[in-house]
Design a protein around this ligand. Structure first.
Ligand SMILES: Nc1ncnc2c1ncn2[C@@H]1O[C@H](COP(=O)(O)OP(=O)(O)O)[C@@H](O)[C@H]1O
Ligand SMILES: CC(=O)N[C@@H](CCC(=O)OP(=O)(O)O)C(=O)O
Length: 282
């Protein structure tokens, strides 16, 4: 017999206990803009998500799209700046953010999952009152801080084995549309669903210390110290903060990992190896 086929069968067999552990588990996956590399990587991500659904996991996808928003703002000659990893968002920027997130990025992910046979449905945090927000900080403009998540829509979708793909937008109490950092939105949704796992897929292999080494496991004390001394900076600030908030809200563990690595989600969930940096309760 061809030895590669035997290895494939052995790998599948070894995945059994993990598949049993995650049967019926809710796994919130945040796909960052930097993790959405090539078209091939998107196909692979979509296959992994469909496989998860096939073996009984409830995957909930929340996406980013920062680099795609940057490109569009540049084309439209609108300047943009970030403060602590969050985009200062005025009304004109908000229009572009919504157009890119819902119209381009969300549609692309939904299509990729559908092409692999998954029943993906694209929504934004504004649909069905999923994410209610207030302004996070007046200096950031229309950046939203989730104050309430109504998970009903997602629970109904899980019942029907649909795969939600969520754009990180929120609704204000006065009809405003808010721009939510993708990690923050994913954390709020994971908290409302009391998810078993929150996977934050990005473009680095995990959280690095000052020497540039990836820490496979991180405590909340380490996160606080590394943020205070600047080792955790930029886009890594909302990720680690989200991990801490999710933990406090009852999410069992958050993993920050490289979404560009082959089969990143499967490696994390269904093998002994694991991937990236895990933040879980002591
Ligand atoms: N301590 C750290 N460890 C790893 N990455 C860090 C750290 N501090 C800052 N970063 C930066 O955070 C980036 C990830 O955040 P971001 O660019 O917002 O990703 P995404 O688009 O996937 O949400 C990394 O590419 C890296 O440049
Ligand atoms: C408030 C805020 O910063 N919103 C983000 C939303 C997209 C996002 O989070 O994209 P990534 O995950 O790819 O970084 C933005 O405007 O870029």
């Amino acid at each position: 017999m061809n030895r590669d086929w035997a290895a494939t069968a052995a790998t599948l067999s070894q995945a059994l206990p993990y598949m049993q552990r995650y049967n019926d588990a809710t796994v919130v996956i945040k796909l960052g803009g930097h993790a959405m590399g090539s078209d091939e990587a998107m196909v692979e991500f979509a296959r992994d998500v469909v496989l998860m659904r096939q073996v009984g996991v409830n995957p909930v996808i929340v996406h980013g799209g920062g680099p795609m928003i940057n490109d569009m703002l540049k084309r439209l000659n609108i300047k943009s700046e970030f403060v602590n990893g969050k985009r200062v968002t005025d009304a004109a920027t908000m229009e572009v953010v919504e157009m890119v997130l819902s119209g381009l990025v969300n549609a692309k992910i939904v299509q990729a999952i559908s092409e692999q046979g998954g029943r993906a449905v694209g929504v934004s945090g504004k649909d069905s009152g999923l994410i209610i927000c207030e302004a996070e900080d007046p200096a950031l403009g229309l950046v939203g801080k989730p104050t309430k998540v109504n998970p009903r829509l997602l629970l109904d979708m899980a019942d029907k084995e649909l795969i939600p793909v969520i754009a990180p937008l929120g609704m204000g109490m006065n009809g405003e549309t808010f721009n939510i950092n993708g990690d923050t939105a994913a954390g709020a949704i994971a908290a409302a669903l009391k998810a078993d796992r929150l996977l934050l897929l990005t473009d680095v292999s995990g959280v690095k210390n000052a020497a540039g080494e990836v820490l496979t496991e991180l405590t909340s004390t380490q996160i606080k110290e590394m943020t205070a001394d600047g080792t955790i900076a930029g886009g890594m600030i909302p990720k680690t903060q989200t991990a801490l908030d999710a933990l406090a809200a009852g999410v069992r563990a958050t993993v920050i990992l490289d979404g560009r690595a082959p089969n990143a989600c499967l490696l994390e969930l269904f093998t002994e190896h694991g991937a990236g940096s895990i933040i879980r309760s002591a």
